[in-house]
Design a protein around this ligand. Structure first.
Ligand SMILES: Cc1ncc(COP(=O)(O)O)c(C=O)c1O
Length: 442
């Protein structure tokens, strides 16, 4: 049976539930936003007319659009560049919806106002932070936006001021951004590597690495390498029980694809150009208020300082504690506009709806991959995966080329092929991939 047929009943039920929700709550603001990306540009009469239309729609409940991202119509409308391609590489680069392009154009329009544009930049900044906070389960005061995950981790390393004898636990499924600041010759701490077995990180293997000297356990929630998804609550319990360490979690490969529970994480970091469908140049930081003092970044700058322009400015520099200290200078506003739009779009679709649509595809694909002559790197336990599947093959590069010749986009990197499945992917995408993969493996 084809994957589309196998999943049909399930997807139908999920879509009906989410369509009802969307009809009631989401589509009016989304519709409004698409039609009028810049409400400031409307004349007074235009604004009144818009309010009238929205009020009328509230009364009639007229459906103007269906499940953004999850149906053929909305996919074609919001992601026109996906037409004709099988795009399975969102773990490298997400495809932004048109709303993100409009946000970037809006940035340009606002920037053209010179200093007068700053008020508008500030309102996008506040809106973006509010969204980040919502996705992280924190308040807006507990989050900020810097320029990339790597910058975030370097600032975090500066904040910790580790000494000789301190210990940091990294793992062999992590992306270099979170693992390498502690490996620099200038970092006096001892680094311990939590090694994966059969593609999974087991708590039992973490325990012997924890002790009174452990200052930090740093990990990704979903591995960029093989897609393994940690059982975070279990890890946090173990760390709290066996060490005084802080826990930092990189959610780059999870945010925008799966619902998150980041309760009791001490530092949250994410890049912005993948699953949240925004642009490059962003790093989303979350620091719960109770950990603000522990993550006070001792960096020069001004945006991060308590009184950067006060009378004492040439005598002392006092950093803002917590998240605020991670944005050292003028925010990267183009990215901020895109992040606002990307997160708003994802929120409009809903993380549970995205996951409900994409997870069965991921699981069906994994199931088929287990039957192929490849070295599967992703664990088979479907509760420990999100949107990424990976495998090795001696001819990986050639296979990727062959898939690409059929307009199928997957990642060939770090010695493996990686497939990434987002809400805009379809059963037909997976079927086409598997069909061509079988041919390429012959
Ligand atoms: C888990 C993870 N973190 C971070 C990054 C990117 O880091 P940066 O934002 O510094 O480019 C990636 C990119 O692939 C990633 O997979």
């Amino acid at each position: 049976m084809e994957i589309a047929d196998k999943l049909h009943g399930q997807a139908g039920r999920v879509q009906t539930k989410h369509r009802l929700y969307r009809l009631m709550i989401i589509q009016r603001p989304l519709w409004f936003q698409t039609k009028f990306p810049n409400p400031h540009s409307l004349s007074l009469s235009g604004r009144w007319a818009t309010i009238g239309v929205i009020a009328l729609m509230s009364l009639t409940e007229t459906p103007l659009e269906t499940d953004a991202m999850l149906t053929e119509v909305t996919r074609t409308r919001d992601f026109p560049s996906l037409a004709g391609i099988t795009y399975l590489n969102s773990a490298a680069e997400g495809i932004p919806p048109l709303a993100v392009g409009q946000a970037l154009q809006q940035y340009f329009a606002d920037k053209q106002l010179g200093m007068d544009g700053r008020e508008r930049h500030a309102s996008q900044w506040n809106a973006a932070k509010k969204l980040v906070a919502e996705f992280y389960g924190l308040t807006a005061g507990e989050v900020t936006i810097c320029s990339c995950s790597s910058e975030a981790y370097n600032l975090a390393a500066a904040a910790l001021q580790l000494q000789a004898g301190d210990e940091v636990v990294i793992n062999d499924l992590d992306f270099p951004a979170g693992a390498t600041p502690w490996l620099q010759p200038t970092c006096p701490a001892t680094v311990k590597v939590w090694r994966s077995r059969a593609g999974a990180l087991n708590v039992a293997d973490l325990l012997p690495l924890l002790g009174p000297k452990t200052r930090l356990v740093t990990t990704s929630l979903v591995s960029f390498f093989n897609g393994y998804k940690l059982c975070l609550p279990e890890i946090i319990v173990a760390v709290r029980k066996h060490s005084p360490a802080l826990v930092s979690v990189d959610v780059t490969q999870a945010l925008g694809r799966i619902p998150l529970d980041l309760n009791d994480v001490d530092l949250i970091v994410s890049s912005t150009h993948k699953w949240i469908l925004a642009s490059h140049g962003g790093g989303l930081i979350g620091v719960p208020a109770k950990r603000a003092a522990a993550w006070t970044v001792p960096a020069g700058g001004w945006f991060n300082l308590q009184d950067a322009f006060g009378p004492q400015r040439f005598e002392q520099a006092v950093s803002l504690p917590g998240a605020a200290g991670f944005t050292v200078g003028m925010p990267n506003y183009p990215a901020v506009y895109a992040i606002r739009a990307g997160l708003e779009y994802i929120r409009g679709v809903g993380l549970s709806a995205i996951n409900a649509a994409a997870q069965p595809l991921t699981e069906a694909c994994l199931d088929e991959l287990t039957r192929l002559p490849i070295e599967l790197l992703t664990p088979r336990d479907t509760s420990a995966i999100a949107g990424i599947l990976a495998f090795r093959h001696p001819r990986a590069e050639q296979i990727q080329q062959q898939l690409r010749s059929q307009n199928i986009h997957v990642m060939s990197h770090a010695g493996r092929l990686r497939i990434a499945i987002h809400g805009y992917n379809t059963a037909q995408d997976i079927e086409k991939l598997l069909r061509e993969l079988r041919v390429a493996l012959k």
